[in-house]
Ligand binder design. Structure first.
Ligand code: PXP
Length: 237
């Protein structure tokens, strides 16, 4: 299981005061030294946390895998084609949301997502689609020629205890569908130390993207320890 650490929150803290610190580039290096297999950042259209400068520097400094989350827009596709992250994950974006709220609306935005996948794939950049954990969404992602999917784990994380098994079953079915179609299957959103192990144990899921819980713990114990604690849990599954 690969563990990718999302470091957006480091930039959120910096932007809160308009200072030059804390620098997400430093955070990425510490996370990598602690065993992260990849670094994920979301360059939002409103630049509320990660800035263009961050992605540019991270492209030069990240030694594992740089995963750029972004909306399927012309502006973002042009940035990705210029900076060449190792993976692009297309995510839905709404200005008023606090964080990414649901998976991509693959049917409603079929043409813009399909075009972005084509343009990024044409430039040799592997594209992942962040989707709800349904067999139908996996089927459409495959139809759009995305080689990768990331299953939205937020429904599992938000479910009441009794409903979590049902949500795990949905994730398992979507993961199986993805694998049977030859897709690389990742998962993420809302994963935390107490709830990560059952997801990490699901067959077919080979990569987790985790941000909020790790950076929140890092405030108290440091990034190194927070990443190592999560890596130990994920490895255990
Ligand atoms: N995966 C995707 C596609 C996301 O948009 C996010 C949040 O930026 C995450 C994973 C990480 O979610 P969290 O911060 O809740 O761990």
């Amino acid at each position: 299981m690969k563990l990718h650490i999302n470091i957006d929150h480091i930039a959120t803290l910096r932007q809160a005061r308009g200072t030059r610190y804390p620098d997400p580039v430093w955070a990425a290096a510490i996370a990598e030294l602690a065993g992260a297999d990849g670094i994920t950042v979301h360059l939002r259209e409103d630049r509320r946390h990660i800035q263009d400068r961050d992605v540019e520097l991270l492209r030069k400094t990240v030694r594992t895998v740089l995963n750029l989350e972004m909306a399927a827009t012309e502006e973002m596709v042009a940035i990705a084609r210029r900076l060449r992250p190792d993976i692009v994950t297309l995510v839905p974006e709404k200005r008023a949301e606090r964080t990414t709220e649901g998976g991509l609306d693959l049917e409603g935005r079929r043409s813009s997502i399909g075009r972005s996948v084509e343009e990024l794939s044409g430039a040799g950049i592997p594209v992942s689609l962040f989707i709800d954990p349904t067999v139908e969404a996996v089927r459409v992602a495959h139809e759009l020629h995305a080689p990768r999917i990331e299953l939205h784990t937020g429904y599992y994380c938000d479910a009441a205890t009794g409903d979590q098994f049902g949500e795990l079953d949905r994730l398992a079915a979507a993961s199986r569908e993805g694998r049977s179609r030859g897709l690389h299957v990742a998962a993420g959103h809302g994963l935390d130390y107490p709830n990560v192990v059952p997801v990490a144990a699901l067959e077919g899921i080979t990569e987790l993207n985790i941000g909020h819980a790790v950076i929140a713990r890092a405030v108290f114990v440091g990034i190194d320890r927070a990443v190592r604690d999560m890596a130990a849990l994920v490895g255990k599954a």
